[in-house]
Write a protein that binds this ligand. Structure first.
Ligand code: KIV
Ligand code: ZN
Length: 515
């Protein structure tokens, strides 16, 4: 890491996953980790191994698979068991880090930990030393640092470094800091902790006041050289600092910050879409950098300016973040070659098999829809790539619904494991509910719908609808996303994807699928 680079520590799989409704399966975490490695993040915080067997399994799988390419980190409280569990999960990674944390603010000391200052310092030293037995890359976080008395914060940080911490993270756990305040906290540490130059100063900001990115940048200005952040700003409550915003601020305003990152920025939008699709957390249209409107100009005067000279109204180049607009591109008569070229121009590299399936979907779509937009192509690709190997597939369905009728659905599913098709019927509150109930009957799983969202992928009456569902099945929440010009079909496919995930995770808990 060069002296003028900032380390990008991604915590989408740990703090991001703590976001309500954002839990991911181990397979999904591996997919996200793969994307983060390709994006070029320096550290992936893969989870909190002691939290559950699933968390342990995910950290271990990520450490084993990616630990030679990127540093994989596991979180641990200042407890022996936590640290040993993190050490065990990370053992397969050549590059590994243990992140130990303990709260330091008066509020946390008094009400949560019921520990005196001396006990906090003692526990910090003891557990940083223990973590060093598993790796020489140890990060320490004084939780709620932004509300901790400065002299005590300095004392803890100094002791953590003396005990062997190589990174000291200064979390604004509750999103209380403001940029100038946070700048001063970091500056104070730099001026008052005698051994501060032995460790990298890191920032970890929550977004409760909408200031997480601004605070992170203020910390960088004050000398922090690691930023902890998440894709799309996912995270506890209002989230963490958004990785894409921090990275593009440092890049766009390199003249001011004079530091860079190793992030492969054209992969930002694709990674954002992947995380949104897996977690079911939709990215708002006007979200900076990765939102659908981030580079769309509506006002005529702006459009005119951009056509004359792009920099009149654009401070970043859309291709630098992998932004896909809503250009009208293809139609029914566009052939395979034109389609492949456009897929490549959009920045996707997909294998021949997947390309063939996406192309077939395109042909079907072009028959139903006059104009195909970039966003349609992206949706078709999203539909086919990064999906876990689903066991059950929708063959066909039929619904009867209308005023004065009982909504009824007949569904046929194919079991990819046994190559058999199974058919069943159900009634429901509406046609979509009836289809979902019929699928539950076939699979022997009962689920409760927790969230359902539908939006159009592009404009026009024949636009594709994108459906996101979140359901509760076999004791956990699962997400599914699908697109189709037929909303009932998109809903059925999204629901089936979520049910497939539940079955894959808990095969023994399923009543008797297919019988
Ligand atoms: O917000 C926080 O304080 C955390 C710590 C575990 C670093 O997430
Ligand atoms: Zn946090």
């Amino acid at each position: 890491m060069s002296a003028d680079n900032v380390i990008i520590f991604d915590t989408t799989l740990r703090d991001g996953e703590q976001s309500p409704g954002c839990s991911m399966t181990v397979a999904e975490k591996l997919t996200v980790a793969d994307a983060l490695v390709e994006l070029g993040v320096d550290v992936i915080e893969a989870g909190f191994p002691i939290a559950s067997p699933g968390d342990f399994e995910a950290v271990k799988a990520i450490a084993d698979k990616f630990g030679t390419r990127t540093t994989i980190c596991g979180l641990a409280r200042c407890r022996k068991d936590d640290i040993e569990r993190a050490g065990a999960a990370l053992a397969g990674a050549e590059k590994r880090r243990i992140h130990v944390f303990l709260a330091t603010s008066a509020i946390h000391r008094q009400f949560k930990l019921k520990m005196a200052k001396e006990e906090i310092v003692k526990a910090t030293i003891e557990h940083v030393k223990l973590a060093r037995q598993f790796t020489d890359n140890v990060e320490f976080s004084p939780e709620d640092a932004a509300r901790t008395e400065l002299d005590f914060l300095c004392e803890v940080v100094e002791n953590a470094i003396a005990a062997g911490a190589t990174t000291v993270n200064i979390p604004d756990t509750v999103g209380y800091a403001t940029p100038n305040h946070y700048f001063q906290v970091i500056t104070h540490l730099r001026n008052h902790v005698p051994n501060i130059d032995k460790a990298v100063i890191s920032t970890h900001c929550h977004n409760d006041l909408g200031l997480a990115v601004a605070n992170s940048l203020a910390a960088v200005e004050a000398g922090a050289r690691q930023v902890e952040c998440t894709i799309n700003g996912l995270g506890e409550r209002a989230g963490n600092a958004a990785l894409e915003e921090v990275v593009m601020a440092l890049k766009t305003r390199g003249d001011y910050y004079k530091v860079g990152t190793k992030i492969n920025t054209p992969k930002l939008c694709g990674t954002s879409r992947l995380v949104s699709s897996i977690t079911g957390m939709i990215v708002q249209r006007n979200k900076a950098i990765v939102g659908q409107n981030a580079f769309a100009h509506e006002a005529g005067i702006h459009q005119h300016g951009v056509l004359q000279e792009r920099s009149t109204y654009e401070i970043m180049r859309s291709e630098d973040v992998g932004y896909v607009g809503s250009n009208l591109v293809l139609g029914k008569h566009s052939g395979r070659h034109a389609f492949r070229t456009r897929v490549q121009e959009l920045g996707f590299t997909i294998d021949d098999n997947t390309f063939q399936r996406v192309f077939e979907d395109f042909i079907i779509l072009a028959d139903k829809k006059k104009d195909i937009y970039d966003a349609d192509i992206v949706a078709l690709i999203d539909n086919r790539v990064n999906v876990s190997a689903d066991r059950w597939h929708l063959v066909k369905f039929q619904v009867a619904a209308g005023t004065g009728t009982i909504p009824t659905a007949t569904v046929e599913l194919r079991d990819g494991e046994n190559e058999q098709t199974v058919c069943d019927a159900a009634i429901g509150d509406g046609p979509i509910d009836a289809v979902c109930k019929a699928m539950e009957r076939i699979l022997g799983v009962s689920a409760t719908l927790k969230d359902y969202q539908v939006r159009s992928v592009s404009g026009g009456k024949d636009a594709q609808g994108e459906v996101l569902v979140e359901l509760m099945a076999l004791g956990k929440r699962y997400h599914g996303k699908a697109v189709s010009t037929d909303i009932i079909e998109a809903s059925a496919q999204a629901y089936l994807k979520a049910l497939n995930k539940a079955i894959a995770e808990c095969p023994t808990e399923v009543a008797q699928p297919g019988v």
